[in-house]
Write a protein that binds this ligand. Structure first.
Ligand code: HEC
Length: 152
């Protein structure tokens, strides 16, 4: 017990610190950045496979593709409130251009959804099917980043 007490106190201190740090960030920004991290988490399986750095594994490829399909169905409505561009607040790389042409931004998200659906359909069918589908998906990520995400 005498050992556990100071440990517990330290943990509490860390939690308080983390909460204070988060208080500055808009929850919608946190949510969309978390979503993108999950996209990347799944692409981290598929990318190395198509680049020949990881052996093709139909089950792992299908799982990552299924995840991406479902992740890209998450409704975007509450993730992009006005005033959360990088000219208005810190902690985001979202460019004001998003809100100047929301239709185009939504179309680029639609292209990602279509690519993820195609990928889900073929991910377990071998490398020759996987390669172009991952290429299409990566292209959809890049097309949006080129126009709507700032450099670091
Ligand atoms: C429709 C536009 C769009 C598409 C499609 C898109 N992104 Fe993004 N992405 C953004 C924007 C805008 C940001 C900046 C968000 C912010 O900082 O508020 C971003 C940020 C990110 C980040 C950084 C997240 C963080 O930790 O701050 C990663 C990683 C990322 N995207 C990966 C991907 C991957 C992988 C794909 C494709 C599977 C993808 N994105 C598709 C627009 C898009």
């Amino acid at each position: 017990m005498s050992l556990r007490r100071p440990l517990f106190a330290t943990t509490l201190g860390l939690v308080t610190f983390a909460t204070a740090a988060l208080a500055d960030t808009d929850p919608a920004v946190e949510a969309r950045q978390s979503q993108f991290k999950l996209f990347a988490h799944n692409l981290a399986v598929l990318g190395p496979m198509v680049q020949g750095q990881m052996e093709y594994d139909a089950e792992a490829a299908q799982t990552a593709a299924d995840n991406l399909f479902h992740l890209t169905r998450h409704d975007q409505g509450r993730m992009w409130p006005e005033g959360t561009d990088n000219a208005s607040i810190d902690g985001t790389r979202a460019l004001p251009a998003i809100w100047e042409d929301l239709d185009d931004f939504a179309a680029k998200f639609g292209a990602l959804q279509a690519a993820a659906e195609n990928l889900q359909g073929v991910a377990g069918d071998g490398m020759d099917a996987l390669r172009p589908a991952v290429g299409q998906l990566g292209g959809a990520c890049a097309a949006c980043h080129d126009d709507y995400r700032s450099e670091r």
